[in-house]
Design a protein around this ligand. Structure first.
Ligand code: GAP
Length: 435
């Protein structure tokens, strides 16, 4: 496995157009990033793979897309207004601010190195605040959602009733969330605007422990099935003092990032906390009626909560490899074909018009099914290296023989093996391999 640093990935991401600093021409805004042409494809593919496994392939989960701005009462009921805070300290010497629980040494400032200069910790609420409408008054205060989950809880009864759902069932959502993190950083790992992929799985209280174990296993398998290295993934159960205010048990899927093990996804047993809170605050009875038992009760909830942008970053790191080929270093991004931004690159061997025209025809045929790139510039060796570096699983090269024999050379990113394939069979050749 190649040891990869944060700088290596950040440089690749910028050089190849995966991720750019937000507002870069104005000096950049800290902790917000823009996804370029390759990044947006990778991110979309990660979200699509999650949706497919969590919604499309399951009979017991449906989707939702709720609003980012919700009634302030939602966040009062959920507990976020009161307790969604991090302990913040400020250095009296250099005025830098830090999250106390993330400091290596709680007495020494990482910026100026001075000891004993921190203020008393102050609980800082992470929700972004804004106002609805033209008047900036306390009555019009609203928040940008810090998690997608609450949009699911407040729609629980709408979704259950309109879709005639019976327990157990899940509601899944992908979308942006916002947190005014005190110490964002490590590139796109912790940002103030990010995307989440969350699913709330509602079940009978006595089945919650079983479903919790089920989802731990299912979520680990998802990363592994998409090619993530087994040694770089682990499950870590939270100690009681780490648990969020709503959780009776949480385990994190952790990835071995360049700086060490860190959270990729949290899977929590949220009990009946949220449905009870929203029942109390809204006055709507969100209990479930079990017809067979003639009983009303609050379902319990198991929540696998993943970060779409964070997972995308982890897949980038995990796929990155450097290897020596013919005394030269080859950089290759071994992304799972389902995640790769482009599934194939079509390369005419030279810029002769008849080869370009042929390559365009091949590319147009494939483009209807997959994201492909037609690349006509630079030497063929350089073009292969560029495609390796952005993770394109196959390169299809048309040459002068192609004009005669109607075949192209298909090169495999990982093995670099080449096959001569009839041009009318290239699509089926790729289809068999792009699982
Ligand atoms: N609804 C539960 C919840 O939001 P969380 O552990 O706070 O739980 C879930 O967040 C996931 O969202 C995290 O595991 C992480 O992947 C992602 N996430 C959270 N904060 C983030 C941030 N500031 N930047 C990027 N991703 C973040």
């Amino acid at each position: 496995m190649t040891e990869v640093t944060l700088d290596t990935i950040a440089n690749l991401a910028k050089k190849r157009g995966f991720v750019f600093q937000s507002s870069e021409i104005y000096g950049g805004i800290r902790s917000a990033y823009d996804y370029g042409p390759l990044g947006v494809e990778l991110l979309r593919n990660v979200k699509e793979a999650w949706w497919r496994s969590m919604v499309q392939e399951r009979a017991d989960v449906v989707g939702l897309d709720s609003a980012i701005i919700q009634a302030r009462e939602v966040w009062r009921a959920s507990g976020h207004e009161e307790v969604f805070t991090d302990p913040m300290v400020e250095c009296r010497n250099c005025n830098s601010r830090f999250r106390l629980d993330k400091l290596d040494d709680p007495d020494q400032c990482p910026t100026c190195g001075k000891r004993g200069q921190f203020t008393e910790p102050h609980e800082f609420n992470l929700m972004f605040r804004t106002h609805m409408g033209p008047v900036e008054s306390d009555e019009n205060l609203v928040y940008l959602r810090p998690e997608t989950a609450q949009g699911i809880f407040v729609n629980y009864e709408n979704v259950r009733r309109t879709n005639r759902l019976k327990l157990p069932f899940g509601i899944a959502q992908i979308g942006k969330s916002f947190r005014n993190e005190i110490t964002p950083g490590q590139f796109v790992f912790r940002t103030r605007e990010f995307e989440q992929m969350e699913m709330e799985f509602f079940c009978a209280p006595e089945e919650a422990d079983e479903w919790f174990t089920y989802w731990l296993d299912a979520r680990m398998r998802w990363y592994l099935d998409l090619g993530m290295t087994e040694e770089s993934l682990r499950l870590r159960h939270h100690d009681a003092d780490e648990l969020s205010h709503y959780s009776s048990g949480t385990a994190d899927v952790e990835y071995h990032f360049p700086w060490g093990w860190d959270e990729l996804e949290g899977i929590a047993n949220r009990t009946d906390y949220d449905l009870r809170q929203h029942t109390e605050f809204s006055g709507e009875d969100l209990r479930y009626y079990d017809q067979e038992k003639n009983e009303r009760f609050f379902p319990h909830v198991i929540e696998p909560a993943a970060g779409a942008t964070r997972a995308t970053f982890a897949f980038l790191i995990d796929g990155y490899a450097e290897e020596t080929v013919n005394d030269e270093t080859r950089t290759v991004l071994r992304l799972h074909p389902r995640l790769a931004p482009y599934k194939a690159a079509i390369l005419p061997l030279s810029k002769k018009p008849e080869l370009i025209e042929l390559a365009e025809r091949v590319a147009d045929g494939l483009r209807k099914r997959w994201m492909v790139e037609l690349d006509v510039t630079q030497s063929i060796g350089r073009r292969y290296r560029r495609q390796d570096e952005i993770g394109t699983p196959y390169c299809v090269t048309v040459d002068f023989d192609s004009l005669e024999d109607g075949a192209a050379t298909v090169r495999d990113r990982d093995t670099m093996a080449q096959d001569r394939v009839s041009m009318d069979k290239v699509a089926s050749y790729l289809e068999e391999r792009l699982v």
